[in-house]
Design a protein around this ligand. Sequence first.
Ligand SMILES: Cc1cc2nc3c(=O)[nH]c(=O)nc-3n(C[C@H](O)[C@H](O)[C@H](O)COP(=O)(O)OP(=O)(O)OC[C@H]3O[C@@H](n4cnc5c(N)ncnc54)[C@H](O)[C@@H]3O)c2cc1C
Length: 453
Amino acid sequence: MKLPGMHTGFRDDGTWRNWAGNQVAHPVRVERPRSEAEVVGLVQAAVAEGRRVRVVGAGHSFSAIAVTDEVLVTLDDFASVVSLDRDSGLARVEAGMRLFNLNPLLDVAGLAMPNLGDIAYQSVAGAISTSTHGTGLGFQSIAAGVVGLRMVTADGSVLVCDEQTNPEVLQVARVGLGALGIVTEVTLQCVPSFNLRACEEVMDIDELLNNFDEYAENTDHTEFFWMPHTKNALLKRNTRTQEEPPPPRNRRHAARRKWKHFKNKELLENVAFGAMNHLGRLRPSLVPKFNAMMVPDEGSANYLTTSYEVFASPRRVHFYEMEYAVAREHGIEAFRQVQALIDTLDHPVSFPLEVRVLGADDIALSTASGRDTMYIAVHMFHGTDYEQYFRGVEAIMNQFEGRPHWGKLHYQTAETLATRYPGWGEFQALRSRLDPSGMFTNEEITKVLGPVG
Ligand SMILES: Cc1cc2nc3c(=O)[nH]c(=O)nc-3n(C[C@H](O)[C@H](O)[C@H](O)COP(=O)(O)OP(=O)(O)OC[C@H]3O[C@@H](n4cnc5c(N)ncnc54)[C@H](O)[C@@H]3O)c2cc1C
């Protein structure tokens, strides 16, 4: 099912662009398989031609991770639910399924994803491949909830992995960066559906930083946004509950509630924010004033609704992003250093910084592998120069053995990354085994993982 605003990235001239518009591919051809057998066929054809293959999900990565000038595969036509089992909570889905299509279907079946990121535009396979995450110390990345995968590997065979069959492959391949094979099916361990009580409150950033550990430990899902050049931050705390949202009294009341939601989310977070960013790009000196208008000195909001509607929101203002994962205990110090960096930049920053937390997992290339993690994300409005800012942030994160989000912008290489993941060697061994010829490699993969073997 296609929804308005759904990004595919394919143009009539044969090129492909990511959501942010900063990555372009000129593939020799685009393959649109409708079944696993067709995926096998296209891999065998590429092997025969000596061509390399890359899959693209929803194109929501900022880095060049999905880009290729060889064969580009989209699974947009291979994107249905295979089965949902309410009792076990298992959802088997074809790999191209978008999260925004999956969430309402799970809800109808009385199920939900345990945690989600800020948006739900991603495909299931794309989200897990880069270690996409939300927030919450008691929760893990989306990939950590994967209990089964089917993958077409470089020899054109189908590899099944779950807790009984090839469990050692499943363990690693959940965050595969698209470098191990083409994921055709994903089995997700879901939870009974739940609602979230959302509490959003503007706070002084220093007070927030002093108390952040306590907030993160005491609430299921805690995050904050800080507006550069101001003292103001928006703290978001979401608590899981089975309590139901109040029923709408009548149709008019329901329409008003919908409008209020639209007004808050669309007008404030997207329309007004977009307009201010356009103006700020023309007149940078106005940015601090606009930032203060976006997060005023005080204000709060409380609401209760279905989990996925609280976790994910529309994002219509396009931007570039870098996000780093550091061990949780270093997070606040790293954040304070980024605050100090912003004061030294040549250009003001018109986008908030976002801070989230996550529990450790044991996936080789997960950004939260082996450590409770704090994520610090920095953004720049599209069309704006981000180099000085992002390089400065990266230098700070290097001091803390920071791990960049695989789908976001960074300047690391295999050399700098190898020591930052306990499971690096394990991943490389599996890659050599499944893709000895580098069939699923592109420039970005060679940069961040090095050559195969
Ligand atoms: C507005 C916005 C908000 C975001 N919010 C968050 C957030 O809250 N949290 C977070 O962690 N990230 C976030 N991201 C980043 C995003 O979640 C990741 O970049 C994610 O990987 C994008 O999924 P996708 O389906 O678009 O995959 P793509 O970007 O298309 O591809 C990503 C990788 O997955 C691989 N891949 C895709 N399908 C397959 C397959 N079938 N088999 C093998 N490999 C495959 C590709 O080859 C590529 O390596 C955000 C991005 C944007 C643009």
